[in-house]
Design a protein around this ligand. Structure first.
Ligand code: CA
Length: 237
């Protein structure tokens, strides 16, 4: 198996070096860029398997880099951003970034994000039957072909809207999904931009699936951004 290549576009040397070390230890091939222009050159010439992109670069706006890259490739992009920059994250995700990681982050979080994004992009290319395979995490199983959600041995009754929300999050498990992406996947392109309907449905879903809705085990809130469903465990097998 050939090594997966990861491009790190980051002007802060300390963070660049930290990420490089972590990734090399996991047998990734690592490429580095200190500026946006350099990053775009490397993306064109080396076609990395995944891109880690700092949004605060000296020469270019991160959003412009995402737009540029998305005009010709679907290579996963994970945005690296500051803790308080929710708005920035949402814009980057809606422009086509796959996920984000917030500074300061730990090794396991970085690796989990990379794995989830790589898996998702491989799956889109190679595994057409993916959505027929049930999602599993902990005691919860979602069988897409039967539209059947179970927690332990209990069958959970979801409304059609609730099912669509859970199914979409499960199909994208491990990745953050913005409110607007979820709204348009469930209600279509004319979805109202209001998150309230989503929050109401999510509260009902959590009451049905979580033993403690205030401490969710299956669907997590990413404050100001969206939701993330716990990673499908069958994928790690
Ligand atoms: Ca920076």
């Amino acid at each position: 198996m050939s090594k997966c290549s990861v491009l790190i576009i980051e002007d802060e040397k300390k963070i660049q070096v930290f990420m490089g070390k972590v990734l090399k230890r996991q047998e990734y091939r690592v490429l580095y860029a200190d500026t946006g222009a350099q990053g775009l050159d490397i993306i064109r010439s080396q076609c990395p398997d995944i891109i880690l992109l700092d949004l605060g670069l000296p020469d270019m706006n991160g959003d412009d880099i995402i737009k540029e890259v998305r005009s010709w490739t679907s290579t996963p992009i994970i945005v690296i951003s500051a803790r308080t920059a929710e708005r920035e994250k949402v814009i980057a995700l809606d422009l086509g970034a796959d996920d984000y990681i917030t500074k300061p982050f730990g090794t396991s979080e970085l690796l989990a994000r990379i794995r989830a994004s790589l898996r998702h992009s491989n799956r889109l290319r190679t595994d057409e039957n993916y959505y027929l395979r049930p999602y599993r995490h902990g005691d919860m199983t979602l069988d897409f072909s039967r539209r059947l959600l179970t927690v332990g041995t209990t069958e959970v009754h979801l409304t059609p809207i609730e099912y669509k929300i859970v199914a979409y999050l499960a199909q994208n498990s491990g990745k953050v999904i913005t409110y607007s992406a979820l709204l348009s996947s469930v209600w279509g392109p004319y979805a109202d931009g209001d998150n309230k309907i989503l929050r109401v449905n999510m509260a009902n879903i959590r009451r049905k699936i979580e033993s403690d809705p205030a401490q969710p085990k299956y669907i997590f809130t990413e404050v100001g951004v969206g939701y993330r469903m716990a990673e499908d465990e069958t994928e790690n097998a």
